[in-house]
Ligand binder design. Structure first.
Ligand code: GAR
Length: 206
């Protein structure tokens, strides 16, 4: 897409960063409409930080602990970095912090998340074990716009995988993760190219 400026994206992580790595890889493609300009972590030991640095991407750590219960102050510190870096889109990729309503609302339509379940089923943690316990035959992952409720917000895209008789949370999780790595870059491509329209709780393709 020569001549069209790529959107500046920040990826927020707390851990190993495999979805972040998938976004970084996708963004290396010449025609990808976004560049990963920043990786921000609330944990200094997040494995994804080294991957980002190895790819020449700026990394910032903002430890949430000194902020205690003051979510607004932590979010203000994040906001300052995002603004300073000219960030236009925020991708949550295993970012395990609940954010203040004000921060989330300020990014509405420009902040997305990936969740390892077919939302609105299995919000929260341990989704693969809970899917097995519930006996569902299909499981998967969802990308969605972020709103103040955890793992809520208009769903952008989903990918389903079968649940097999001999699955454990680990084998099922690995099958879902492979789909996450495909779905998240595809979602970012759609958002950054302006192809998504939010209509109430639905996301339509323009
Ligand atoms: C991913 O499976 C992601 O979907 C999940 O955390 C994992 C992070 O792995 N996110 C959530 O559960 C959000 N509610 P990663 O660091 O390897 O991308």
């Amino acid at each position: 897409m020569s001549g069209v400026r790529k959107k500046r994206v920040a990826v927020l992580i707390s851990g190993r960063g495999s979805n972040m790595a998938a976004l970084i890889d996708a963004a290396k493609t010449a025609d990808f409409p976004a560049e990963i300009a920043l990786v921000l972590s609330n944990k200094a030991d997040a494995g994804g930080l080294a991957i980002a640095a190895a790819n020449g991407i700026k990394t910032v750590v903002i430890d949430h602990k000194p902020f205690g219960r003051d979510r607004a102050a932590f979010d203000a510190a994040m906001q300052a970095v995002l603004v300073a870096e000219g960030i236009e889109i925020v991708c949550l990729a295993g970012f395990m912090r609940i954010m203040s309503e004000e921060f989330v609302n300020g990014w509405f339509g420009r902040m997305i998340n990936i969740h390892p379940a077919l939302l609105p089923l299995f919000k929260g943690l341990d989704t693969h074990a809970r899917a097995l316990e519930a006996g569902v035959k299909l499981h998967g992952c969802s990308t969605h716009f972020v709103t103040p409720g955890m793992d809520e917000g208009p769903i952008i895209a989903q990918a389903a995988v079968p649940v097999l008789d001999d699955d454990t949370p680990e084998t099922l999780g690995a099958r879902v993760l492979a789909e996450e790595h495909r779905l998240y870059p595809e979602t970012l491509r759609l958002l950054a190219s302006g192809a998504l329209v939010i209509s109430g709780n639905r996301v339509l393709r323009s």
